[in-house]
Design a protein around this ligand. Structure first.
Ligand code: PEP
Ligand code: MN
Length: 338
């Protein structure tokens, strides 16, 4: 249920509603809107009629049900959209298109620092680099783990870009949070509910990737797991889904962008690198993602893709990334973004 407060509701009136929601056995989530506050009351669906009685309280305008299975992720609760602040330096979900770029994996100090310089000079806003790698084969490079996190933080320090890196195991949440500005949940962990719940109890922004076979509804239910534990800083990322087509690594589901934008207030970004699996398809799909309404892009860039430990074939060479960033400007302007 959503409890919509009156535009002029006082703080005490809001507090009274919060107390009543808790007394009825529901969990209140306050969402401060531009004009008014709304409170999401989540809990056992069967007893929700009891919440209707809150309509008689003085600060309450109306009590409306959320019909979707995801509640806190639903746009009904926050029509104006969420803007996630990254360390107070970058905002995702505002008018500005945000570009996250860097190598698939952190491989060495030189490699990640060189990558950071390259992507920063080209105009990227955030540096990416995996330290814990979820590889299909146990014989493939698994990442430098803690050492990789330390090197990524070093690159952040040196170059001055916030960083994002993947978290795989719930036991590493505090460790990864210490060295990163955004924690990434990869496609393979989108329904690792133990991990999602643990991340929900943190306040670090979470970049949640869509699984290769999760529907939009399942994807939003995964976001709901994080939101329902209290972490409101969730960014969604479409990275391609598995279809019958084998010419590309995955099929980039561009249509999910307007669908997500309609159904959720959370920011949506696109990863054309994992979606296509080949460097030459990355630029056209980046342009298309902006046209479709994405709030940003995540792009793999490597100083020497031919030597990369992972995903070299889909990684852009530095000069290709610089050209992409330049060409992107016209698409960004055409989409009315900055
Ligand atoms: C990645 O970003 O390096 C990655 C492993 O992506 P995905 O989870 O989308 O496959
Ligand atoms: Mn990769």
């Amino acid at each position: 249920m959503i409890i919509v407060m009156k535009a002029k509701a006082k703080k005490e009136e809001l507090e009274e509603v919060v107390k009543k929601i808790e007394k009825l056995g529901y969990k209140p989530h306050i969402i401060q809107g531009v004009e008014r506050s709304v409170i999401g009351a989540v809990g056992d669906e069967r007893g929700k009629a009891k919440l209707q009685s809150l309509e008689v309280l003085s600060g309450v305008d109306k009590v409306v049900p959320i019909l979707k299975p995801y509640k806190l992720a639903s746009r009904d609760i926050k029509p104006e959209g969420t803007v996630v602040s990254i360390d107070g330096r970058v905002e995702i979900g505002g008018n500005k298109i945000v570009v996250i770029a860097g190598p698939c994996s952190v491989e060495s100090e030189d490699q990640i620092i060189e990558s950071a310089h390259i992507v920063k000079e080209a105009g990227a806003d955030i540096l990416r680099g995996g330290a814990f790698k979820p590889r299909t084969s146990p014989y493939s490079f698994q990442g430098l783990e803690k050492k990789g996190l330390i090197l990524l933080a070093k690159a952040k320090e040196k170059v001055g870009l916030p960083v994002v890196t993947e978290i795989i195991n719930p036991k590493d949440v505090d460790l990864v949070a210490e060295y990163s500005d955004i924690m990434q949940v990869g496609a393979r962990n989108v329904q690792n509910f133990a991990l999602l719940k643990k991340l929900g109890r943190h306040n670090k922004p979470i970049l949640l990737k869509r699984g290769m076979s999760t529907t939009v509804e399942e994807f939003l239910m995964s976001a709901e797991y994080i939101l329902s534990e209290g972490n409101k800083n969730v960014i969604l990322c479409e990275r391609g889904i598995r279809t019958f087509e084998t010419a590309t690594r995955n099929t980039l589901d561009l249509s999910c962008i307007p669908v997500l934008k309609e159904r959720t207030h959370l920011p949506v970004i696109v990863d054309p690198s994992h979606a296509t699996g080949f460097w030459s398809y990355v630029a056209p799909m980046s342009y298309a993602a902006i046209a479709a309404g994405a709030d940003g892009l995540m792009i793999e860039v490597h100083p020497n893709p031919e030597d990369a430990e992972s995903d070299g074939i889909q990684s852009l060479k530095p000069h290709k990334f610089t050209a992409l960033m330049e060409n992107l400007k016209a698409y960004i302007a055409a989409a009315g973004r900055i």
